[in-house]
Design a protein around this ligand. Sequence first.
Ligand code: GLU
Length: 292
Amino acid sequence: MNASSYRGRFAPSPTGPLHAGSLVAAMASFLDARAHGGAWLLRIEDIDEARALPKAAQAIMQCLQAHGMQWDGKPLWQSRRKALYQAAFERLGDAVYPCGCSRREIADSRLGVASDGAAVYPGTCRHGLAPGRTPRAWRLQVPDQVIHFNDRWIGPVSQRLATEVGDFVLKRADGYWAYQLAVVVDDAECGITDVVRGADLLDSSARQIYLQRLLGYPTPRYMHVPVLQNERGEKLSKQTGAAALDDSRPLEGLMQAAGFLGLGLPRRETVAEFWEAAVALWRDRHGVLAGN
Ligand code: GLU
């Protein structure tokens, strides 16, 4: 692949303002796109409309711009793309089945907990709903197969979906499309070649690769960068009380995020100078792209 066909993206969920942790993910994907002369798209992941906050997307966009990160083209909104998710879901045919289990029932089956904290689904409804059960969510059957990929930051990764995740949800009990389906459809429809995001999503990649294969989509390259933690060892997030970035002092946040990503840069006077130096450094470190 030549460098100019590179297409990356940043895909924030608009549940609150950007914080130091989300800046790290945004910066890594932006640097990787710019270092490869590629496009950097912005996708607002507001598919969970119950959690999306009306003003958050606007605040995220302003914050990115204040920090010198301008996306290419128009931002894409998942809430406006439901017909695409429905079409992909229909293409999966018999691989998808209705599930009547509650969260508690799945947890009680004690098959284990996936690394993202969700209980491994024991397959209760795989061969049909028991009499008297009503469908809640829709799940995708997974085969007993190991998915391998080569992460550009972490190295070789493999996951056995059947035992580490189980059949996973594509349409949720509350009627919303699941993140896994929406992200796979959007990345493919936008021609994303490189997914650069936080390592908290590493565990989702095997599910996404499996879905890509079923839907006949190419698999992008992946790079999962370290996630900032607070002093209690928790991922920095809105839920753990991370402070919003200060748009009036962008260099502070930028220098901190760059340091965390291992880019030791002397302090710059302007945001533009910061990016020029950071892109060059990133190109030295991560410039070579191999196939998957
Ligand atoms: N919307 C997800 C988040 O904010 C990111 C999804 C992705 O990069 O694949 O954590």
